[in-house]
Design a protein around this ligand. Structure first.
Ligand code: DQA
Length: 149
């Protein structure tokens, strides 16, 4: 790299509850691709970029992680966040996203608008940079694209 070039900052791929089961959880809805496979796809699509992955089934851990990276603007560029079912329930996650200084892109593997009505509402959408829903693993790639251009 040109020594004068600003190094790219990291992007956090953040997965919420039950997404540790990707690949074996309801494959008819979420496919057979694991989170590890998705990270490999993302890294192959953006070889010059650094990605960090974190998954938790616990709302507070997700909030702590958003706080950790969200003020570390020297090292983090943004977050691609699949909040799982917390998308539809968590005002606390929405507040955390609103509080931090880096952009967050909401992503979903499934098309939440084609599913049960309770999934049509996202409490985090209005505080995110934008939302991607329904493209399977490509939702994450599109989320990264929204952050890096
Ligand atoms: C999901 C959609 C949510 O409604 C659901 O609770 C999930 C996964 C998706 O990626 O399609 O856990 O976020």
């Amino acid at each position: 790299m040109d020594s004068n070039a600003t190094p790219h900052r990291k992007i956090l791929i953040l997965n919420g509850p039950n997404l540790n089961l990707l690949g074996r959880r309801e494959p008819e809805t979420y496919g057979r691709t694991t989170a590890e496979d998705i990270m490999a796809m993302i890294r192959a699509s953006y070889p010059g970029r650094e990605f960090e992955y974190f998954q938790s089934n616990h709302e507070g851990d997700l909030i702590d992680t958003l706080h950790r990276v969200g003020y570390d603007t020297d090292n983090y560029q943004g977050v691609v966040f699949n909040a799982g079912a917390y998308t539809h329930t968590s005002l606390a996650l929405a507040d955390a996203i609103a509080a931090i200084d880096i952009p967050v892109v909401e992503v979903h593997l499934s098309n939440v608008f084609a599913r049960e009505e309770i999934r049509h509402r996202s409490l985090i959408a209005s505080v995110c940079m934008g939302s991607v829903s329904g493209f399977g693993p490509d939702s994450y790639i599109l989320g990264v694209k929204a952050l890096v251009g």
